[in-house]
Design a protein around this ligand. Structure first.
Ligand SMILES: Nc1ncnc2c1ncn2[C@@H]1O[C@H](COP(=O)(O)OP(=O)(O)O)[C@@H](O)[C@H]1O
Ligand SMILES: [Mg+2]
Length: 593
């Protein structure tokens, strides 16, 4: 069937219903009204089928949250002249609902989008694609069938769901359920890969999956054991506001966009109960500390501390209450986010740090460094003509000097030493005064390194808290307020040696694909990561199966798929873009151009 539709050229008849490419809707439905010759065909949009199915009231919130503008719920009308390649036949049954996209009678982008779109407008955010779940971001938590209470129905299925006979509609929970029971029955570690564009809902999906893993693993346990697991999951929940405060920022695509990738391995003990977790963070977009695009923000944590510091903290950190006073925070224009209370979020993060057992001295240390960064980034360098006649940095004065001294005091270094290290190049043989732009580069590099140091420190604190030893020690404590100190726990190796069972379910939440008007090096790295994941996906889904079919003597030449391996090779292969960048960086006379 697949071949018959792919291999033969379709001849369109007058009056025939078809899919056609639409400049806004991607693909729409219409019927052929005229054949103009030279492969051109005139199509009339079918108002009745292009009108979105009745839109539920929850969708009202969508238009204001989506960067792409409001979702069209109005029918498309009018005539369109298109080349034949921009048409796709609407075969019998193509529009009939399918519960699994693998069962679509006609494999084509147009039909695929049609099914996903109609699911979305029927409040069915999740669609099965064989073992994969395709999820659309509903931007609302009020859809009844996805409320947390429904988790119990999935949990009840136990191993029944393993055999592809689950009665429950697909959901992030079904994937987590499957991963958990596969782990228990096969004793093989599992990984759930969450991928999609920035703002697609990946991070929320991971949080949902972790909550489900906690619930399913403790469902059969006694009340006492469940209480212990609840304590662990409470701490796991507490990690989200901390990671999101320090690693997330508002971008044009997502008000709460993760600016780092993470792999969370949730560890289970021999009874299948959660006994720890380990987070590996990748590539924090630290350049955001010093610059961000118009309409975006730097990391939430910096706005939160400015908005929410207590009077005593404000005094100690020398902070005003206005983000506009800090160059690092004001660059994007509007430093607040609609519907977000940074001050309240600051308090929530501090509470989460308490739940994690971080001492107030450690918390304070983290925020002191952040305040130091804000002050240091306010220091601007101006020019003077030096003894050699070249332009050099003039000694900072006024506000610049005050900001420098404040930063030095918060970072616990001598102000003169700090100034010197930013404005003078020192080698074993000579010292050379730098110009303002070189000094500003040094200042920025220092701030980026400091912020990523803070971020890594927090990840290490979290991991230390969740090593099986730390978890055991914490669960031995009778009072839930007496947590194990991260300092003490951090003496243990940071890479959790898995508990007795050694089994884990990993969740990969990588930053989503991005394309801005101006794309930094980080965007290139982010997009390369996504290309590699896509390639891995193609490998698992297509390449391996096709190789198997070929080995069995089947003719698979007609089956093609979009393979992005050439893109991956171009970027990261031998002699590729990253190779060239690396050699340019190693070259002492290398330049940015
Ligand atoms: N399942 C969901 N239900 C409701 N809202 C969601 C859901 N997933 C995501 N959102 C909303 O979309 C925003 C972006 O989601 P997020 O998970 O941060 O995207 P990503 O990690 O893919 O960039 C969230 O802040 C939340 O407001
Ligand atoms: Mg995210």
């Amino acid at each position: 069937f697949f071949r018959s539709h792919m291999a033969t050229k379709h001849v369109y008849q007058l009056g025939e219903a078809c899919f056609f490419r639409h400049h806004e809707e991607s693909w729409s439905i219409g019927k052929v009204i005229e054949k103009l010759g030279d492969g051109l065909i005139k199509v009339r949009a079918d108002e009745a089928t292009t009108a979105s199915p009745t839109c539920s009231p929850q969708k009202d919130v969508v238009p204001s949250r989506l960067s792409g503008g409001p979702i069209k719920t109005c029918p498309i009308s009018g005539d369109f002249t298109l080349s034949e390649e921009d048409l796709a036949p609407l075969v019998d049954g193509a529009l009939a609902p399918v519960s699994d996209l693998l069962n679509m009678p006609w494999l084509h982008d147009a039909a695929l989008l049609h099914h996903i779109r109609s699911h979305y407008f029927k409040d069915t955010m999740y669609t099965a694609l064989g073992p994969i779940v395709v999820a659309l971001n509903p931007f609302t938590w009020s859809i009844p069938q996805y409320k947390d209470e429904r988790m119990a129905d999935y949990i009840k299925e136990g191993t029944f769901g393993l055999h592809g006979c689950s009665k429950q509609p697909v959901h992030t929970w079904s994937i987590a359920h499957l991963a958990y029971w596969q782990l228990r029955t096969t004793r093989m570690n599992q990984t759930i890969l969450v991928t999609g564009e920035s703002g697609a809902g990946k991070t929320e999906a991971v949080k949902m999956a972790i909550r489900y893993l906690a619930a399913v693993s403790s469902a059969q346990a006694s009340e006492a054991i469940r209480e212990k697991t609840t304590a662990i999951t409470q701490k796991l929940d507490a990690t989200s506001p901390i990671l999101e405060a320090f690693g997330n920022a508002k971008t044009l695509l997502n008000d709460n966009s993760s600016r780092f990738g993470k792999f969370v391995a949730v560890h289970f003990d021999t009874q299948g109960l959660i006994c720890g977790c380990e987070i590996t963070a990748y590539l924090l977009e630290k350049s955001r500390v010093v610059q961000h695009a118009s309409g975006e923000r730097s990391f939430h944590s910096l706005y939160q501390m400015v908005a929410g510091a207590t009077p005593a903290e404000r005094k100690e950190w020398g902070l005003t209450a206005s983000p506009k006073d800090y160059r690092a925070l004001a660059a994007g224009g509007e430093p607040t986010i609609e519907g977000v209370d940074d001050a309240e979020d600051y308090r929530a993060v501090r509470r989460a740090m308490d739940v994690m057992g971080m001492s107030s001295a450690d918390q304070n240390g983290v925020y002191r460094i952040c305040a130091g960064i804000l002050h240091l980034l306010n220091v601007q360098f101006s020019t003077k003509v030096g003894d050699s006649g070249a332009n050099e940095v003039a000694r900072p004065e006024g506000q610049d000097l005050a900001s420098l001294q404040r930063a030095a005091s918060l970072l616990e270094v001598d102000a003169e030493v700090l100034l010197n290290s930013l404005t003078v190049k020192r080698t074993q043989l000579f010292t050379k005064p730098l110009n303002p732009s070189q000094s500003a580069n040094n200042r920025d590099a220092l701030c980026k390194a400091l912020y990523s140091g803070v971020f890594n420190y927090l990840i290490n604190c979290i991991n230390a808290l969740f090593t099986p030893d730390a978890v055991q020690a914490a669960s031995r404590e009778s009072s839930p307020t007496k947590e194990v100190s991260p300092r003490r726990a951090s003496l243990a190796p940071l890479r959790a040696s898995p508990k007795a069972s050694g089994l884990w379910v990993g969740l990969l939440d990588i930053f989503g694909f991005e394309r801005f008007d101006q794309n930094s090096f980080e965007q290139l790295c982010i997009n390369l990561t996504n290309e590699r994941l896509q390639s891995h996906y193609a490998e698992c889904i297509f390449r391996r199966d096709l190789d198997e079919y070929k080995a069995e003597g089947l003719d698979v030449d007609q089956i093609s798929y979009q393979d992005n391996q050439p893109v991956v090779d171009l970027l990261s292969g031998k002699g590729g873009v990253f190779d060239l960048l690396n050699s340019e960086c190693r070259n002492p006379s290398g330049t940015d151009t």
